[in-house]
Write a protein that binds this ligand. Structure first.
Ligand SMILES: [Zn+2]
Length: 172
């Protein structure tokens, strides 16, 4: 089974920046991949194209031979917004199980509020989910804008949770 990890955003536009943690989404996940995920799947970075749709189409063409494709982010919002969520293509029952498990484990092991699986048919993140041919999931593990989330978050535990989720996928 082949797993792809796609880092959200790109080198020129690195996504949200967490003042609490001192890194952007793009920098964070590239480091996280090298330190924690490199044995679980392959890493892909989006092109520098400023068009979200053309980036997603180009990436989908690269990842189409992978069974399970992650896009990696963290959330940002008002200082009170908090918790974990995972986005999937609406109606994909297999990914519903996987995203539900991911959020449940993040809640149980890191005490992050479980915002649950978000089944998307439009809006933020949908381009990735729509164009990716394999089973796709977009992770939003915590809010980089929320003090309490940033305190609770532990990357080692998070890596183990991602591994557990991949193992579950293999059994489905
Ligand atoms: Zn993002």
């Amino acid at each position: 089974m082949k797993v792809a990890f796609v880092i959200g955003h790109n080198k020129n536009s690195k996504g949200a920046y967490s003042k609490e943690l001192g890194f952007s989404e793009w920098d964070y996940w590239n480091d996280f991949y090298i330190n924690e995920l490199c044995n679980l799947g392959e890493l892909f970075n989006h092109s520098l194209s400023s068009s979200y749709t053309s980036r997603q189409k180009a990436m989908a063409d690269i990842t189409k031979y992978y069974d399970l494709v992650f896009e990696l982010h963290f959330n940002a919002g008002s200082s009170s917004a908090n918790g974990v969520e995972a986005l999937i293509y609406s109606g994909n029952n297999k990914m519903k199980i996987i995203s539900g498990l991911y959020c449940k484990l993040m809640n149980e092991k890191l005490s992050l509020k479980n915002r649950g699986c978000k089944e998307k048919s439009s809006g933020n993140g949908f381009g990735f989910l729509k164009h990716t041919k394999g089973d796709a999931i977009l992770l939003e593990p915590f809010f980089g804008s929320n003090k309490s989330d940033c305190k609770k978050y532990k990357h080692k535990e998070h890596a183990l949770i991602i591994e557990e989720v991949i193992n579950k996928y293999k059994q489905l």
